[in-house]
Design a protein around this ligand. Structure first.
Ligand SMILES: [Zn+2]
Length: 73
């Protein structure tokens, strides 16, 4: 399927189509709040389910796993 190469999220299990949008994601990493802006997200207008691209999840995971910064001012 050529659809595979499109940069979209495909279909939701509810049969709705995910909409591409950009959101702000707040994470708490080692007690510090990290805000990621303009994170691409797929949102289903029918059922409200949300998905992220694999590369976005990897980035979030690597942030969560990152060691606390030793740099202190
Ligand atoms: Zn849906």
């Amino acid at each position: 399927m050529a659809d595979y190469f499109k940069r979209d999220y495909g279909r939701c299990p509810c049969s709705g189509a995910y909409e591409n949008r950009f959101v702000e994601v707040r994470l708490t990493v080692h007690g510090k709040v990290v805000v990621l802006t303009e994170v691409p997200q797929g949102a289903c207008p029918s059922c409200g389910s949300r998905v992220y691209k694999g590369e976005v999840l990897e980035r979030i995971e690597s942030l969560m796993k990152a060691k606390p910064s030793t740099t202190r001012v």
